[in-house]
Each structure stands twice: as C-alpha cells, then as structure tokens.
Design a protein around this ligand. Structure first.
Ligand code: SAM
Length: 224
C-alpha cells in the first residue's frame, strides 16, 4: 500500500494521529529531503526508518523500484517537506503510476497551505481556482492578465524572492478593478503568521512594505 501522508506546514501540533500511526507502521518513507523528514520523525519520536528521496529530478528508475516494492506488498508512506504531497510538491508521478498499476493508495489527509489560506481568507471559496506557483516567464503575463475576467477566487503560492514583483504585476493587471479584494497569507500556523486583507488599489504600497520573510499564499477575490 502507498499512503499519501500530509505533514505540518509550520506547526508540529498539526500532525494528525493517523499520520503518526502511518509513519510508524510503514516499511519506508518516500520523501523530498531526507534531512527534513528525518528531523520530523525525530521530533515525533518515531524510531529511525528507511528514507527514500524522491523529487522532481529523480531518475525514473526510482519510481520503478518503488512500484516494485509496493507490488511486493510493502507499505510505503509518501510525504513532502511540508503540507500535502503532490500539491505543488513531488509525488504526482508515483501516485499516477501506482494508480495505473492498480496498487492500493490510501489518503492520510492533513495540512495544506492552499486550504488553510482559503479557509481564513474571508473571500468566497465555495469554488476557487488554485494555480500553484505562477510561471516565471512563459505565459506569466497572459495568466495574470486573465485574472481580470476570472469569476472565481484565485489562489497561488509565492516565494519571498518574488512577492514584491508579483504584487506589483497584479496591481498593474487589475488596475481597472481597484476595489477587488486581495488577501496575502504569510507564515500560516507559525509564530509570525500574518494575514493582510487589502484591495488591488493598495497593492503597490503593500508590495513595498510587506515583510520579505517566510512563505506566502496570495488570494485574489472573486469578481464582485
Ligand atoms: N505541498 C504544500 C502544501 O500542501 O501546502 C505546498 C508546497 S510548495 C513547494 C511551498 C509553498 O507553499 C510556499 O512557497 C508557500 O507559497 C506555500 N506555503 C507553505 N507553507 C506555508 C505557510 N505556512 N504559510 C504560507 N504559505 C505557505
């Protein structure tokens, strides 16, 4: 069996009981960074176990070997550095191939920054558009410009290196909708958690003053 196990996005207390049980019981943990996951297991007092690294650059052989182990009846747990595997994180290929091979896949759900941000945004989220990370070059401008007619609330991840640039680009693309709401969620579940509730008109000021530290989710409100 392959268990897809969500882990905390900042606050260790958000680990679920099932995640702990699964990480204890499995034969090996497939993870992005063995040091990050090794630390997590240590903090959870889980005895040392085999950690197998799987990331975007892994050789296809790694997935083949994992599939063979699953087919042999082993129990593997897939985690990412933080949050839910596969959500803007590695894991998709392994899950897709395991599904194709009709291997059993179990969900051990838990934290994900996109869901945490959506739920505290106060913006309409009965349906929403999640974009992961915006493209850096090709298609970026077209995508941001398309927000002007997007009727759903839009969520995307942003890194500290690009938050200022992205907020300025959003302000320019949505200049004709100055009242449109924007929420910026920073460091969710961590000590310096911050939620900025603002509008497009205010974005140039926010872009200059925002704390350039930590992790961000940007939420653009549905068209009023
Ligand atoms: N799979 C993860 C999940 O389910 O949330 C997301 C992994 S993605 C590589 C990492 C990005 O998620 C960060 O750059 C940031 O945009 C967002 N993120 C992760 N943790 C966060 C947090 N505590 N607060 C705000 N954003 C966060």
């Amino acid at each position: 069996m392959l268990s897809i196990v969500a882990t905390p996005i900042g606050n260790l207390g958000d680990i679920t009981l099932r995640a702990i049980e699964t990480l204890k019981a499995c034969d090996a943990v497939v993870c992005e960074d063995t040091r990050v996951t090794g630390n997590l297991l240590k903090q959870l007092d889980i005895p040392k176990k085999e950690l197998i690294s799987l990331h975007g650059y892994s050789h296809p052989q790694v997935v083949h070997r994992l599939l063979a182990r699953l087919a042999d009846g082993e129990h593997l747990a897939l985690v990412s550095d933080a949050g839910t595997p596969g959500i803007s994180d590695p894991g998709y290929v392994l899950v897709a191939k395991a599904a194709e091979a009709e291997l059993r896949i179990e969900s051990v759900p838990g934290p994900s920054a996109v869901i945490a941000a959506a739920s505290i945004s106060g913006l309409p989220i009965h349906h929403f558009l999640y974009l992961g990370f915006l493209p850096l070059k090709k298609g970026r401008k077209t995508l941001i410009n398309s927000f002007i007619q997007e009727e759903r609330t839009i969520l995307f991840y942003e890194s500290v290196h690009r938050i200022e640039r992205t907020l300025l680009e959003l302000a320019a693309a949505l200049a004709s909708q100055p009242e449109r709401q924007v929420v910026i969620a920073r460091e969710l579940t961590k000590m310096h958690e911050e939620v900025i509730r603002t509008t497009v008109a205010q974005l140039p000021v926010i872009a200059k003053s925002i704390t350039r530290k930590g992790e961000f989710v940007v939420i653009v409100g549905a068209l009023g």
